[in-house]
Every structure is written in structure tokens, then in C-alpha cells.
Design a protein around this ligand. Structure first.
Ligand SMILES: Cc1cc2nc3c(=O)[nH]c(=O)nc-3n(C[C@H](O)[C@H](O)[C@H](O)COP(=O)(O)OP(=O)(O)OC[C@H]3O[C@@H](n4cnc5c(N)ncnc54)[C@H](O)[C@@H]3O)c2cc1C
Length: 482
């Protein structure tokens, strides 16, 4: 089994896959082989797993199964259906410049994108304090701190930054330590506090400076990482981001098996691996693990995984309690008053709200990231808490009475655990990172967390799926030659 791929072997595999795509599928594989052993089992029907399976199918291989624990596909992308055929995304939703893998996938699936609506005034809340600023989707970080962070980020390689000179020193401290050392003003700390919680699910004190820099490096600038205008939050998908997975799964048909929770993987060091699910066992020559390290940690492997991989899975952040609400109104009336629906709050139940209306405005929708610890568990009280912040901030009591109110609590999702991966100081340079991507035996690691660029984003998930399919094809080819 190939371990990590360098650029040259990756390209070689790409050429091989392209050649295979042109070959008659029967010559390559045609469903389960006679002894009941599949070529590939893919675990997880999120963007990563489905991209893997789609690439296998496009290369002419139909001897695979995608095993998905939930009764739906899409993983961390999820559309919440609204009245009038509208939708609101309650998981991953935006893409932006440089996220070419997910943009290409959308184009191939004939799913169009549209620009988020961010023009207008935003409201900043601090306790009872309220300030309105015309932001138009841009971010206002302090220029000196921004310039210093971007200079540090630019000095890092785009991939495997943990191998760079000086990486250990940057990984030893948190973003908060760095802000302390720079003597950042309280206001600037608050800006980073909100950005860190929104993007990574944790406060700056729990985020490795090196990790934050790698995110800036891959986005190109801090603004590109954080902003809507020209940034990673610039565009949405018509039909919602989950549609990408739904379309892929429809095309894969019976290859995708829902409600199959993988509990154990046996004999990954042999030619034929057994994958034990809640609905029986399947066997295959290769297994693509298209799920995050903490989710892998819940599966029983025999023999035990190598020590470095086990430690990586144990140390990987397993809880980023993102909570997202959607409040639905008859129209997006906040734009009439010059507001863009955005409220940034440093305390209280709402962290950040934003307009999430359908592009034709057949309804008005405000989505909000919430502070889980500040949210009442009673649904009626939760709705009142959130809509009260919106009404006070945007000065409109119509916001108190939505047609519908919905909360998605990812902290309760057994098959997600971690929405994004806020890596703490020390993990990136612990020497464990090769175990994130280096295959062992018949196992190939995928999922957004394994991507070289845009790790933790939908784009990273798609990239990891392409890589995993190439590795699986490469491995099958060498097995057949042996
Ligand atoms: C609230 C939120 C907001 C986000 N915002 C954005 C955004 O705006 N832009 C962006 O690019 N990204 C965003 N992300 C991140 C993005 O959604 C993810 O990086 C991406 O969807 C991950 O895809 P994946 O296929 O790697 O993993 P997942 O989507 O997690 O897929 C893994 C799959 O494995 C399944 N599974 C788990 N355990 C088992 C098991 N034992 N057996 C079988 N199946 C199993 C799961 O059910 C799941 O379907 C956000 C995420 C969240 C939660």
C-alpha cells in the first residue's frame, strides 16, 4: 500500500486513472468479485467519501461500496428544508476564491453558485453597547497585526508547514499568546476572539498559532480567510451545499449504503479486509476511511493501528460544538433599512448572524452561529433568546416573530464530533502528522482533515476524495500485478 504521495507519484497515478477511465469497465472491475470481495470499501458518505466513489466509478470501477452511518448523505453539509421549496444550510455552506476542487465538482454536477448577500451595515454588540458599521462583507482587522500575521504565514510552505524551519516555535504558542506578546488592544483581541470561534470553534487561547497561520497561508490573506467579499464566505450553492453529495449519491445508486455504522475493521494488514457494520460484514482489498480522526478512533481495529496513528486520533480535537440557527421571515426586510442582517456579538447567545435568504428572496432568512453554553435548552426560550438579539440589534420588532425557527446542534451529532479541527499548540509539530495521511496496510486515510490545502473546508474534503481514489486505484493495480 502506498504511503503518502509526493507530487510526482500523484501525477503518475492521475495519468493511470485517466487511462483507466478510457478503458472498458469490464476489463477493470465489474461489481463484487466471485468470492464476494469488493475492490474498495469507502467509509463515510460525506463530500470526501462520495468524491472517492465517484472517481472510482469514473475510472471504470464499480466494485465498491460506500458505507454511511446516517440515513442521509452529506455529513457536515446539511440542508434544512423551508417552505416554498427554499432551503437553509445548517452545516458547511460557503466557498470562495482558490477553492477550485469544490467549484469544479459543482460545475460537473451542474450546481450553480451565487454570491452571499453582505452589502449593507453590520451591527457590533458588546453587552448593551451597539455600534453599526458599513462593512459590505469586508473584515476590519488591525492593519499592523494583520501585516505581521500575513508575513509569518507567507514564509511558510503551502503544504506540510510543520516541516518548515521555525515551525516548532510557532506551534508552541497559541494565537492568544501571540496577541499578548504583540500587546494587542482589547478591541483587536475581541475581533480575533470572534473570528477564531467562528472559524475554528474555539477561542484563540486554544488555537495553535502555526495552525492559524497555515489557514491564512492557504487562503492567501487574513481577509480572504475571514471575509465574505472576495473571501472564503463569498458564494453559496443553488439548492444548498448538501446537494453536491445528494447528486453524487444519486449517480452512484446502490453503491451507497445508508444506515451502515462501521464498528470494526479486521485484518487491515492482509490482502482481504473485513469491515463489520451494524448490518453485517463486507470484505474488500482496500478501505478508504473518509471520516475525521476522532471518528476513526471510535472504530475497533484489529490488529491495533500503529502507535503514531492511535496517538494522533486520540489527540485530535473531538469536540467543536458549533450550533447554527435559522430564523425564517416572509421577506428579507432588514435590507430595506440598510442592514445586511449581520450581528457580531462578543457575549450572549449569538456569535454572528448573517442573511441566508434564498437568492430570489421568496423568503427572508437570517442564520446565526450560537454560543452553545448560552442557549436555553427549551426550544421556545431558545427562539426568544436569539430573535431578541436580532430585534434589538437591527431595531425591528418583526424579527421577534419568525414564521419558523430551527436550531442545528452539531455537538449532539454522534457521527460528526468535530465540525472543524482547531488544532491546539504542539500537535502539528508533534511528529504525528505523517500518520494523518500515510496509509497503513489496506487503509487509505481521507476526509477534509487530510487535505494539504483548505484542510477542514468542503474544498479540502473534495481534494482528499480525489487523492484517496487515486491511491486505491494505484494499490489495486499493484495487487493485480503481484
Ligand atoms: C456548522 C459548520 C459550518 C461549516 N462551514 C463551512 C463553510 O462555510 N465552508 C466550508 O468549506 N466548510 C465548512 N464546514 C466544514 C465542511 O462542512 C467539512 O469540512 C466537510 O463537509 C467535511 O467533509 P468530509 O467528507 O471530510 O467529512 P464528513 O462530512 O464529516 O463526512 C464523514 C461521514 O462519515 C460518516 N460516518 C461517521 N462515522 C461513521 C461510521 N462509524 N460508519 C459509517 N459512517 C460514518 C458520517 O455520518 C459522515 O457522513 C462547516 C462545518 C460545519 C459543521
Amino acid at each position: 500500500m502506498a504511503a503518502s504521495v509526493d507530487r510526482r507519484s500523484f501525477l503518475r497515478s492521475a495519468v493511470a486513472a485517466a487511462a483507466l477511465a478510457g478503458a472498458p469497465s469490464r476489463a477493470w472491475a465489474s461489481g463484487p468479485q466471485r468470492d464476494g470481495v469488493l475492490d474498495v470499501i469507502v467509509i463515510g458518505a460525506g463530500l470526501a467519501g462520495l468524491t472517492t466513489a465517484r472517481d472510482l466509478a469514473r475510472a471504470g470501477n464499480d466494485s465498491f461500496a460506500v458505507l454511511e452511518a446516517r440515513e442521509r448523505v452529506g455529513g457536515r453539509t446539511l440542508n434544512h428544508a423551508l417552505r416554498n421549496g427554499a432551503w437553509s444550510e445548517v452545516g458547511g455552506q460557503w466557498i470562495g476564491p482558490g477553492q477550485t476542487a469544490v467549484a469544479d465538482l459543482a460545475r460537473e454536477l451542474e450546481i450553480e453558485t451565487f454570491e452571499s448577500e453582505y452589502r449593507g451595515r453590520s451591527v457590533y454588540r458588546y453587552g448593551e453597547g451597539r455600534v453599526t458599521v458599513r462593512t459590505d462583507g469586508e473584515v476590519a482587522n488591525e492593519p499592523q497585526l494583520t501585516a505581521e500575521l500575513e508575513a509569518l504565514a507567507r514564509a511558510l510552505p503551502a503544504e506540510q508547514a510543520w516541516n518548515a524551519d521555525g515551525a516548532a516555535a510557532l506551534d508552541r504558542i497559541s494565537l492568544a499568546d501571540w496577541l499578548d506578546a504583540r500587546d494587542a488592544r482589547p478591541l483587536d483581541r475581541l475581533t480575533f476572539q470572534i473570528a477564531s470561534i467562528l472559524e475554528m470553534g474555539v477561542s484563540p487561547s486554544r488555537l495553535s498559532l502555526l495552525h492559524f497561520l497555515t489557514m491564512i497561508r492557504c487562503a492567501g490573506s487574513l481577509a480572504r480567510l475571514e471575509a465574505q467579499k472576495d473571501g472564503a464566505q463569498e458564494r453559496r450553492f443553488h439548492g444548498g451545499s448538501q446537494l453536491l453529495s445528494i447528486r453524487m449519491a444519486e449517480a452512484l445508486g446502490e453503491g451507497v449504503r445508508l444506515g451502515h455504522v462501521v464498528r470494526a475493521i479486521r485484518g487491515w494488514d492482509r490482502e482481504v479486509v473485513e469491515v463489520v457494520t451494524t448490518r453485517g460484514a463486507l470484505r474488500a482489498h482496500s478501505v478508504v476511511m473518509a471520516l475525521s480522526p476522532p471518528l476513526c478512533e471510535r472504530i475497533a481495529f484489529s490488529p491495533a493501528l500503529p502507535a503514531a496513528r492511535r496517538e494522533l486520533q486520540r489527540r485530535w480535537p473531538a469536540h467543536a460544538p458549533q450550533m447554527k440557527a435559522a430564523a425564517i421571515y416572509p421577506s428579507a426586510f432588514w435590507f430595506d433599512a440598510g442592514f445586511n442582517g449581520q450581528v457580531f456579538a462578543v457575549d450572549g447567545p449569538v456569535i454572528w448572524s448573517y442573511d441566508n435568504s434564498p437568492p430570489d428572496h421568496r423568503l427572508g432568512v437570517i442564520n446565526a452561529f450560537l454560543r452553545a453554553g448560552e442557549m436555553p435548552s427549551d426550544p421556545a426560550l431558545a427562539e426568544r433568546a436569539v430573535t431578541r438579539v436580532l430585534a434589538d440589534s437591527l431595531r425591528d420588532d418583526r424579527l421577534l416573530t419568525p414564521l419558523e425557527f430551527h436550531v442545528q446542534d452539531w455537538g449532539r451529532e454522534e457521527f460528526t464530533l468535530s465540525c472543524v479541527s482547531p488544532l491546539p499548540p504542539g500537535l502539528l509539530t508533534s511528529g504525528l502528522m505523517p500518520a494523518l495521511t500515510d496509509g497503513v496496510g489496506a487503509l487509505i486515510w481521507a476526509g477534509s482533515e487530510t487535505a494539504d490545502v483548505w484542510r477542514g473546508f468542503m474544498d479540502g474534503a473534495v481534494r482528499s476524495g480525489h487523492r484517496a481514489a487515486l491511491l486505491a486505484l494505484q494499490s489495486l493495480r499493484s495487487q493485480r500485478r503481484a
